[in-house]
Design a protein around this ligand. Structure first.
Ligand SMILES: Nc1ncnc2c1ncn2[C@@H]1O[C@H](COP(=O)(O)OP(=O)(O)OP(=O)(O)O)[C@@H](O)[C@H]1O
Ligand SMILES: [Mg+2]
Length: 470
């Protein structure tokens, strides 16, 4: 998010040694590529406080952006040796190693950073760690260094220590060894999710009712469980509603994010996939959630022929439940790119039910705004008025609006040292400076919906766009 650099510059004229202000300004400069100014500001902070970890990290980032990778690495390593819990420094080191082409090291650093602070998970880095893999057969350095790839790109039985128990049997307690992102019975239920009334109702009918009345379905020899694919624009709450669904029925929620899927992929540890499913079976009724499922289910031939093929096969075998029964295990996959999902994943018994998660309507936005406002100092708030001005905004967009509004009052707050409550006016002003992210998504989705709407897969998108009768 670009800072208002001019305002910050002005504020700095009044208080040139104000460290928080200098940091904000330096970050803004970094965002804008003003490396020299950023460097000077970080140095000014360090003059007053030589141990300031973020400023030291800032200098390391400047070095990396200037192409001075070894200087950047030295700086980042020094920060880690002084502050071993500085997650951001590990992530920066991961970046540096990626730049140097050393993927195993990059991954090790990335894992450490995310283990320390999972909110720093960075899809950009994950993509970089990921994107080199298909070329594993010829040029992937990580493959060579691990000695796990053959020259044709196929995997030799995993050489990595994986997290299975010695006897190879899964144990419930091994969940976090398996690297699952989330495991347990969530506190969150539908009341903690703003709006989404139609979707909640659909989930009640298609997911909750069958799970709660398994005996009715059994009478007709119909299996309960299977897979549901949630798709929709980014930030509309797909992850949130999945977790809340588990909370709603007091089922266990076991989540794997992009990071964990890529981990298995990179490690060639398809055995872990079996153990994740076993964990879900042992803890049934459970929801096994795969976030960004397109990472696994992508319809890209090159990937399917590479190391990932075994993992995909392992996943489909588990999902089919041909070897073990998936009774009471519901598998939810979420994606922003349903058009990249291999049709094999949508066969009966797999992700055979699909739910579109639309951006919130006006009432939905008002409900989300109310939920978000609870955590902020608010003077007076008219959620409806803000909802009216935020057409097309996702939940994540609304969160961004709050962030922008907070940034705006921060200058004033730092000058006066007083807490200034946010008002509806501040928020509406902030909304004017944020572009709804769902519009771009609908532009792509519309093309797929109009030209490759096999079996009515995208009917809900067309209805949402008013291109089909409801
Ligand atoms: N209905 C909602 N009520 C409250 N908060 C919401 C709602 N929808 C989204 N949010 C907030 O917006 C953020 C993004 O939500 P979430 O991660 O669930 O979206 P997503 O659809 O999974 O996004 P992505 O496609 O990027 O994975 C979260 O921080 C969440 O708290
Ligand atoms: Mg998500």
């Amino acid at each position: 998010m670009p800072q208002n650099l001019d305002a910050l510059r002005l504020a700095l004229q009044h208080s040139p040694d104000n460290a928080p202000l200098l940091m904000l300004f330096a970050e803004g400069c970094l965002d804008e590529g003003l490396l020299e100014e950023a460097e000077q500001s970080f140095q000014r902070v360090l003059k007053e406080d030589p141990a300031h970890a973020e400023a030291r990290l800032g200098l390391a980032r400047v070095a990396l952006l200037n192409g001075k990778t070894s200087q950047a690495a030295v700086r980042a390593e020094q920060i880690i040796s002084d502050t071993p819990t500085c997650a951001a420094a590990y992530l920066l080191l991961a970046r540096i190693h990626i730049t140097e082409g050393d993927l195993p090291k990059a991954k090790a650093m990335y894992d450490k950073g995310v283990a320390l602070n999972s909110s720093l998970a960075d899809p950009g880095i994950e993509k970089d760690l990921h994107s080199v893999k298909p070329a594993a057969g010829d040029s992937d350095t990580s493959g060579r260094k691990r000695g796990a790839m053959t020259s044709s790109g196929s995997f030799i039985e995993s050489v990595q220590e994986d997290s299975a128990d010695d006897d190879g049997h899964p144990r419930g307690g091994a969940a976090f060894d398996l690297g699952v992102a989330d495991f347990g019975k969530p506190q969150l239920n539908f009341s903690g999710v703003g709006g989404m009334e139609a979707l909640k109702e659909e989930i009640r009918m298609k997911i909750i009712y069958p799970l709660q009345h398994a005996e009715l379905f059994k009478a007709y020899d119909k299996k309960v469980g299977g897979g549901v694919l949630l798709y929709g624009p980014p930030g509309v709450g797909k992850t949130l509603i999945s977790k809340a669904t588990a909370g709603e029925i007091k089922a266990n929620f076991i989540a794997l994010g992009l990071h964990q899927i890529l981990d298995m992929w990179i490690g060639g540890s398809e055995k872990n996939m079996h153990e994740v499913f076993e964990l879900a079976r042992q803890n049934a009724p459970s929801i096994l959630f795969f976030d960004e499922i397109d990472a696994l289910a992508a319809d890209r031939r090159d990937l399917r022929q590479s190391a990932g093929r075994n993992l995909i096969n392992a996943f489909l075998t588990e999902m089919d439940g041909s070897e073990s029964s998936n009774d009471g295990v519901l598998i939810i996959g979420a994606t922003n790119a349903p058009w990249h999902i291999d049709p094999a994943f949508r066969r009966p018994g797999r992700f055979d039910r699909t739910l579109f998660v639309p951006p919130p309507d006006e009432a939905g936005r008002a409900a989300i705004i109310e939920v978000m406002a609870q955590k902020k100092p608010i003077g007076e708030l008219d959620p409806r008025a803000l909802a009216k001005k935020t057409e097309g905004f996702s939940g994540a967009d609304l969160k961004a609006v709050f962030d922008i509004a907070v940034e705006d009052v921060m200058n004033e707050v730092m000058r006066t040292g007083k807490v200034i409550p946010l008002t509806t006016k501040d928020l509406i002003k902030a909304a004017g400076r944020h572009k709804a992210t769902t519009k771009a998504w609908f532009e792509s989705a519309k093309n797929y919906a109009m030209y490759s709407n096999q079996s009515g897969f995208y009917d809900d998108v067309l209805k949402h766009l008013g291109l089909m009768k409801r």
